[in-house]
Design a protein around this ligand. Structure first.
Ligand code: ADP
Ligand code: ZN
Length: 758
C-alpha cells in the first residue's frame, strides 16, 4: 500500500480548520542515497510504515522526475510539523532490523566530513557486501557417531573419526581434525556408524583452525616496562574510561604480550576487543598468537567470501565473539560490548584506505574509543609522527619498552657507503655484505636480504641512444621479469615481450639496468652455491597460502637465505636470523613524497629488528649512497626518536602533517590538456577562496603533472592545498568544490591527509 501525500491533502481540504493543522504534522525520514545525490533527502513516512522506518534500516524511496525507486539509508526520523513544500513518501522498508547502530550513523557522518567523502559512500563502505546483499548463510549437516561401532572391527582411521564425532561436528571439521579422507567419512555414514545430527551455519569466523594448540600459558613475569604499559591500559579499562596509550617499543620488546593480557582482562569482563593488524596474510604469527591464547577469535581477512563475512558479522553483532582480529575495515565490526581497541604497527600506511572513502583507521579508532569510553592502544617500534606529536602534546600517553625481553641485544648496524669505490662489486652485494652473509652461514645462522624492488632489472635501456622502454599506456619504465624477457608495467600490470634491439634507434644494444629481487636472488645463488635460497615478493607469493608456506619453511630452517621486498620486514620473529642486509636503503628515500624519510627510517629500523633475536646475536648491513641522511643515521643507531627530533621541525616549518593538514586533488583524463585545464580550474577556485581568507595561512601548490604522469592511458595532474587547521581547510575545499560541474572526459578525486603522493 502506498500513501500519496497529495491525496491526503485533498482529503483534508474539506475538513475543519483544526484537522488541517493536525495534518501538517507527521513523520519525516531523512535518507541518504548510496550514490548519486550527495545531500540527505526528506521523505514522508506513511502510517503503515511508521513502525518499520527507523534510523539504520534501509528504505525504498522514489527519486527524480520519474520516481525511480531507489534504496536509501534512513539516518533519522523526526515527528513534527511538515514543511510547506510537498514531500514524497517512503514506499517500503528493506531490512527487518537496523544494519547500523546510532553510533555507526554518527561515526559515518563524521567520517564523511573528516575525509570529504559522501555520507552514502561511507555507509556502503562500513557494511560488508554480504551484509548489504543479505547473503544467506550456507547450512552444513552435522555428523555424530551412532555408537553402533562396538561390535565391529575398525581401522585406525575409522576409530579416530568416530572418537572425534562423539559430539555433533561437520564433515569438513572431522576431516580436518583427524586427517581422514572424505571417503572414510562417507563409508562410516553408509555403514550406519555415523549419522546426521542436525545442521549448522557455515561459519569461518570464530575459527577452530588454529595452527597451534590452545594454551593459556603466559610468561611467568612481565618486564617492568611491560607492567607499566599494561597498567596504563588497565586503569582506564577498569574505570570504563577512554585513554589512548602508545606502546613505543623495539621489535621483541614484548608489546604483543601486553596486548594479549589487556585483551584477556577485557574479555574477562564479558567485553569484546578489536585488534587491527596491517595485513592478515603478512602477520600470520600475530594472528596465531591470539588464536592460541583465546581459541575463539574472529579473523576478518580479505579471503573471506561475502557469505562468510556476513556470518562473522552476525556472530560479532550477537556478542558471541570476544576477540576480533582484522585489517583496516575490521574497525567497523559491530561489537555491541566493545571494551578495547588495539592497533598493531600503527605507523603502517595500509591503515589508510586508498579508494573512496579515503579514511584512516587510526583516526576512526580514536573516534570510536572516545565515543564508547574505551582504551585505544597503538603499538609500534616506529610510531608515525602524527602519533608522536599527540604524545608530545600530552593528549596521548606514551609507554616506552626500550629493551628486548630476555635481554637479547639489538644487533650492531654496519653502514656501507656505496659511493666508496672499495664497496663496489660486480653485483649489488658489496664485499662487506658478502662477508656478512658468509659469516652468518658459517655460524649456522639465517639471513634476510631486503630489496624493495621486484622483478629482474628495474629498467631496460639502449646503450647507444639512451632510450628507456616504457609502458605504452603509463608513463613508467618497464621492469624486466625473467624468464621470457617480459617487460611488466608495475603501474597497470601490462606485459610486453621485450625485443633485443632498441625500438628508437634500432641498435642491438639494450642493457638491463637496476636490480630487482629476481636478479638479487640469482646473484645470491651464484655467490653461495651451497645455501638454500628463497624469494618472497608479490611475484612469488601470488597463490593463497604461499606466504605462510615460505615463512614456515624459513622457521623450520629449510631456507638459509630469504630474499624479499618489504614483505619480509613485517612482524616476524625468527630467532636464528643472524644477518639482515638492506641492499639499497635509498630506494624510497628520494620519492616525491614528504613522508619519504619517515618511511625509509621505519622500514630500515623494522627490518634491522629482525636480526639477532636469538642467543647467537646478529648484525645488520645497510648499503646506501647517503649514509649521513638523518633517517639512516637514526636507523643505524637504533634511535628512531633521533629521527623524529630531526624531522619534526622540518614538518613544522613547511606546515606538513602532523602540524597542518593537506588536501590533495588528483585529476585524470585520457586527454592531457583536459586534465591540465581541469586541475587549473580547481586550483583557481581554491585561490579565489584563499583570497577571501588571507589570514588562514592556506597555500595552494600546483597544479602540476603528478609524479606518475600517466597511468592506464589516463594523464594525471595533481594539486595540493595545505593549511594549519584541518577543519578550516576542509571547509574551504568544500566551498570551492560545491558547485563544480565536472566535464565528461575528466575524473577527479579528493584525498584528505594522503599517505600516497605519487
Ligand atoms: P613485540 O610484539 O614487541 O615484538 P613480543 O610480545 O612478540 O614483542 O615478545 C617477543 C618474544 O618474547 C615473544 O616470543 C614473547 O612470547 C616473549 N615474551 C614477551 N614477554 C615476555 C616476558 N615477560 N617474559 C618472557 N618472554 C616474553
Ligand atoms: Zn602500464
Amino acid at each position: 500500500m502506498t500513501h500519496q501525500p497529495t491525496s491526503q491533502r485533498q482529503l483534508f481540504e474539506s475538513q475543519p480548520q483544526w484537522v488541517e493543522d493536525d495534518a501538517r504534522c507527521g513523520l519525516v525520514a531523512t535518507v541518504v542515497l548510496p550514490d548519486g545525490v550527495a545531500k540527505p533527502l526528506d521523505y514522508l513516512v506513511p502510517d503503515a510504515l511508521a513502525a518499520a522506518v527507523e534510523p539504520g534500516r534501509r528504505v525504498r524511496v522514489p527519486l527524480g522526475r520519474n520516481n525511480r525507486e531507489c534504496i536509501a539509508y534512513c539516518v533519522s526520523v523526526k515527528s513534527g510539523e511538515l514543511p510547506q513544500s510537498p514531500l514524497k513518501s517512503v514506499v517500503g522498508v528493506e531490512d527487518d532490523k537496523p544494519l547500523l547502530s546510532r553510533r555507526m550513523l554518527e561515526l559515518t557522518k563524521w567520517m564523511a566530513d573528516r575525509w570529504l567523502a559522501r555520507w552514502g559512500e561511507v555507509l556502503e563502505a562500513v557494511l560488508p557486501a554480504g551484509v548489504r546483499l543479505r547473503k544467506p548463510t550456507r547450512m552444513l549437516p552435522l555428523l555424530m557417531a551412532t555408537g553402533a561401532a562396538s561390535q565391529r572391527k575398525l581401522t585406525p582411521a575409522q576409530a579416530l573419526v568416530l572418537a572425534a564425532a562423539s559430539a555433533p561436528i561437520t564433515a569438513e571439521d572431522l576431516a580436518r581434525i583427524t586427517g581422514a579422507s572424505r571417503a572414510v567419512i562417507a563409508r562410516l555414514l553408509k555403514g550406519g556408524l555415523l549419522c546426521e545430527a542436525g545442521s549448522t551455519e557455515r561459519i569461518t569466523g570464530p575459527v577452530a583452525n588454529t595452527r597451534l594448540p590452545i594454551s593459556h600459558d603466559r610468561p611467568a613475569q612481565l618486564s617492568a616496562a611491560q607492567r607499566d604499559a599494561l597498567q596504563a591500559i588497565l586503569d582506564p579499562l577498569r574505570q570504563g574510561q577512554h585513554a589512548t596509550v602508545v606502546l613505543f617499543g623495539v621489535t621483541g620488546s614484548g608489546k604483543t604480550e601486553v596486548y594479549l593480557q589487556a585483551v584477556e582482562e577485557t574479555i574477562s569482563y564479558g567485553k569484546q576487543a578489536i585488534v587491527l593488524v596491517p595485513e592478515i596474510s603478512l602477520t600470520p604469527q600475530t594472528c596465531d598468537r591470539f588464536r592460541a591464547r583465546f581459541g575463539s577469535v574472529a579473523v576478518l581477512h580479505s579471503h573471506l567470501t561475502a557469505t562468510e563475512r556476513h556470518a562473522q558479522w552476525r556472530e560479532i553483532a550477537a556478542g558471541r565473539v570476544g576477540v576480533i582480529v582484522g585489517a583496516r575495515s575490521a574497525i567497523f565490526a559491530p561489537a555491541p560490548r566493545l571494551g578495547l581497541i588495539v592497533i598493531d604497527e600503527e605507523h603502517e600506511t595500509s591503515f589508510k584506505q586508498a579508494t573512496a572513502p579515503r579514511y584512516h583507521a587510526r583516526d576512526v579508532a580514536q573516534w570510536i574509543a572516545q565515543a564508547e569510553g574505551v582504551p585505544l592502544v597503538l603499538g609500534s617500534a616506529t610510531p608515525s609522527l602524527e602519533t608522536f606529536v599527540r604524545c608530545l602534546k600530552g593528549e596521548w600517553k606514551m609507554c616506552r619498552l626500550a629493551d628486548r625481553v630476555g635481554g637479547s641485544q639489538l644487533p650492531a648496524v654496519i653502514t656501507v657507503d656505496l659511493r666508496d669505490a672499495t664497496s663496489r662489486s660486480r653485483g649489488v652485494l658489496s664485499p662487506r655484505l658478502t662477508a656478512g652473509i658468509q659469516w652468518a652461514l658459517e655460524s649456522g645462522g639465517q639471513i634476510m636480504l631486503l630489496l624493495n624492488r621486484r622483478g629482474f632489472a628495474t629498467h631496460v635501456q639502449c646503450r647507444a641512444c639512451g632510450f628507456t622502454v616504457r609502458c605504452p599506456q603509463c608513463d613508467l619504465a618497464l621492469t624486466l621479469h625473467q624468464p621470457g624477457n617480459r617487460g611488466i608495467c608495475h603501474g597497470c600490470g601490462r606485459v610486453t615481450a621485450l625485443r633485443a634491439d632498441c625500438a628508437d634507434c634500432k641498435a642491438p644494444q639494450l642493457v638491463q639496468r637496476g636490480t630487482g629481487t629476481q636478479r638479487l636472488e640469482e646473484q645470491v645463488r651464484a655467490l653461495f652455491p651451497g645455501a638454500r635460497v628463497a624469494r618472497m615478493d608479490t611475484d612469488t607469493m601470488r597463490s593463497r597460502g604461499s606466504h605462510e608456506r615460505t615463512l614456515d619453511a624459513f622457521r623450520a630452517r629449510e631456507i638459509d637465505i630469504l630474499v624479499g621486498t618489504q614483505m619480509i620486514a613485517k612482524g616476524l620473529d625468527f630467532p636464528s636470523v643472524m644477518l639482515v642486509g638492506v641492499v639499497n636503503a635509498d630506494a624510497a628515500l628520494h620519492l616525491a613524497d614528504f613522508r619519504a624519510a619517515e618511511r625509509t627510517c621505519q622500514l630500515v629500523t623494522q627490518v634491522a629488528g629482525r636480526s639477532g633475536r636469538g642467543p647467537l646475536g646478529g648484525r645488520v648491513v645497510v648499503q646506501t649512497s647517503t649514509p649521513d641522511h638523518p633517517a639512516l643515521l637514526a636507523a643505524a643507531a637504533h634511535d628512531y626518536e633521533a629521527f623524529v627530533r630531526s624531522e619534526l621541525p622540518i614538518r613544522e616549518t613547511l606546515l606538513y602533517p602532523p602540524f597542518g593538514s593537506i588536501v590533495r586533488v588528483v585529476v585524470r583524463s585520457i586527454d592531457e590538456q583536459a586534465a591540465a585545464n581541469w586541475a587549473a580550474h580547481i586550483s583557481g577556485r581554491f585561490q579565489a577562496e584563499v583570497a577571501q581568507e588571507p589570514l588562514a595561512m592556506i597555500r595552494v601548490l600546483g597544479p602540476a603533472p603528478a609524479p606518475i604522469t600517466r597511468l592506464r592511458d589516463r594523464f594525471r595532474w595533481h594539486l595540493q592545498v595545505q593549511g594549519p587547521d584541518g577543519q578550516q581547510l576542509r571547509e574551504l575545499v568544500r566551498r570551492a568544490t560545491a558547485t563544480l560541474q565536472t566535464p565528461d572526459n575528466v575524473a577527479w578525486i579528493i584525498d584528505v591527509d594522503p599517505v600516497e603522493m605519487l
